[in-house]
Design a protein around this ligand. Sequence first.
Ligand code: HSE
Length: 381
Amino acid sequence: MNIALLGYGTVGGGVYELLKDRQDITVKYVLDKAPIPELGERSVTDFSVILQDGEVDTVVEVMGGSEPALQYLTGAMHAGKNIVTANKQLLAEHYDTVTSVAKETGVGFRSSAAVGGGIPWLPNLQRQKRLGQIAEVCGIMNGTTNYILDVMHKKGYDYDSVLQDAQRLGYAEADPTADIEGLDVRRKLMISANVAFDTSLTEQQVPVAGIAGITREDIAGFNEQGYVCKLYATARRVKDGAVMAVVEPTLFKAETLEAAVPANFNLITSVSEYAGRQSFFGEGAGRWPTAFAVVQDLLDLCEKKQGFYTQISQPMPSNNLCEERRYYVRYLVDTWFMDGCVEKRWGNGVITRPVTPAQMHSWYLEARRNDPEIFFAAFNG
Ligand code: HSE
């Protein structure tokens, strides 16, 4: 197999290293914005060189972002080339487009690295739905925020200093806002739900709150009360063919599996008709786990395993009003909504009576404009 690698950053460099001594897969080109002198003639800056080379059978995209990645990948598929991508943003925003071009052209299309880093999560969802329905996908899906929360809980450090560590370790996105605000998790949840439920969710269907406002005092309060805070994503089938999907900081009792997830690890769970609850644990971010998943996809293509997007996706209506939970909320500016919700004071904030995620997130979006330091977390169970 001859491949072209688009992107030579943290993950691209790792993929190159894992492939450079193999006989079965040859890296013919590496595309980046500027020439890479140590790669000699393999280094290109013009995608048309790759597109026009009939010897390149597979394009590996690890550059990230929607454009020009979308244009490159659809062009490559129309030229009959297989695709392996780790690009969460592209998949979340253009799931229907890329999967339908893959179907139309009949090329292989694999993206295991897009969710869970080295964890074989998406291929397992495909296996599960061969036998019965998947009812729910959920979990800790972002290595950067898990690392930050874990270090804050265990060492009492400040949020800002730990974020810098996560960036240095290669876990964070180029712009860490996507990690911190939960946008990276939302993308991963959308992709997981799309594969699990054969749908194509939109961002508007998944309310999101990240960990940007969290303080060491919040964490000290959670520790005292026996809770651990995680950034958690859930997408669940609910009645009338709808989906309940949300990303929010969530408090787990210290003795739960979720609370124990350390450092940059992920814990991703599915609930399916016959297998019940299954959780997958592993490194969800970083050069080697992600490069490992990309190379596994290439090896699957060598074995003619084309991809796992075989169903026609159908839209699902949202219902984020169908269940309620209590929330911890720390805020400065009083509002009528919170006046009617507070059950008691707790640590640095309050605990609400049970409210729906839709109610809490719409209040949060509005309240955050006047109160940027606001923070909330749902109680699990
Ligand atoms: N920034 C992402 C994370 C990388 O921290 O999980 C892996 O998708």
